[in-house]
Ligand binder design. Sequence first.
Ligand code: HEM
Length: 166
Amino acid sequence: MKFLIVLAFVAAASAAPLSADQAALVSNAWNSVKHQEVEILAAVFAAHPDIQARFPAFVGKDLASIKGSAAFALHATRIVSFVSEVLALAGNPAAQPAVKTLVNQLGQNHKNRGISKEQFNEFRSSLTDFLASHATWGDNVAAAWNQALDNVYAIIFSNLDGHPVA
Ligand code: HEM
């Protein structure tokens, strides 16, 4: 029981809205890489072929052969645009209901596709590696980025568990 209470506390403590300063740090880092959509998705697929295998258009195909295709650019742009949209709303308390709505939808769409928490965590680690190696990075940026992802992932994981966030 004590263990559960501690767990609940940790979960609650990990979801803290970003301050305006943290949001600016995250947005600056993201803005410096977001034009590299294709490279971002290629890095995710290269590190985690099980993620590539979930995309009907790309399953079983050689990454080098799909990377230059219009379909690949389209998917990469969708994913990167989603992150941009959510980050544009971070740090603004009035926008938090909109963030919840957007991320609940994403969580529900991906639950319907059978995507697991493990795969979301794989995706997160590749995205973070990409940012850390292509943006101006430091402990303060890393902390703000991780807080942003903790917040988004708390909503996604609630949906994967069958509980959209109210
Ligand atoms: C934070 C992480 C992620 C973001 C922001 C993201 C974003 C998106 C977006 C915006 C779309 C298109 C709109 C939609 O149908 O929802 C999409 C589709 C999709 N995502 Fe994700 N995604 C993420 C993680 C993942 C992971 C981890 C997987 C697989 C392991 C995955 C698999 C898919 C698939 C299979 C589609 C459908 C592609 C198609 O239309 O053929 N996503 N994702």
